[in-house]
Design a protein around this ligand. Structure first.
Ligand code: IMP
Ligand code: MG
Length: 177
């Protein structure tokens, strides 16, 4: 599975870093004078959120949520369950949901609606990568690092059956099946 022949580099670490920096610049300017609460979606977003927070100049809190919709499948099953919820009270806070990639949008839609109903000052979605052509449900994504084609990616937090999250660059699988 980790055979290099099946992996093609898609974004190198410098391109990823540029995308992260550009999202951080926008957040720093849009939220100047405010505080933000980042809600990272485990496990895929850990690498992205770790890099992003170090570029933020506004006061920042961090929470994590773990959702499951995929199991071991490579395509979304459509059913979302909460495996780990956030601990913080988000009332009157400016919440930023941090995702590494959006595909069908089902996972995000579920989380977005749930957080919105808990009385925050605002909720916006941040994603490093957006497969917009795969969107099944409408979800408002404000900050996008890169728009990407429909292909299965690994590395920089993205996994293939829990492998490859540690790779510093992002690859696509030539033969995902
Ligand atoms: P959605 O609910 O279909 O938008 O699923 C989004 C989640 O599926 C992401 O947060 C990832 O965890 C996972 N996912 C979607 N596309 C990929 C991919 O290309 N590689 C690895 N994980 C992916
Ligand atoms: Mg994710």
């Amino acid at each position: 599975m980790l055979d290099e022949k099946n992996f093609t580099k898609y974004l190198n670490r410098h391109e990823i870093e540029a995308a992260v920096q550009s999202i951080a610049n926008r957040i720093n300017s849009d939220y100047a004078g405010k505080e933000v609460l980042l809600v990272g979606v485990l496990k895929g977003a850990v690498v992205f959120i770790a890099d992003l927070i170090r570029h933020l100049k506004v006061p920042t809190e961090v929470e994590f949520v773990r959702l499951s919709s995929y199991g071991k499948a490579k395509t979304s099953s459509g059913t979302v369950t909460i495996l780990k919820d956030i601990q913080a009270d988000i009332r009157n806070k400016h919440v930023l949901i941090i995702e590494e990639i959006i595909d069908s949008g089902r996972t995000l839609k579920f989380l977005y609606e749930r957080l919105k109903s808990s009385g925050p000052a605002s909720v916006e979605i941040v994603t490093l990568l957006d497969k917009a052509s795969k969107r099944v449900v409408d979800v408002p994504v404000k900050y996008i690092g890169r728009n990407i084609d429909d292909q299965f990616l690994v590395g920089y937090g993205l996994d293939l059956e829990e492998h490859c999250r540690n790779l510093p660059d992002i690859y696509y699988l030539k033969y995902p099946n």
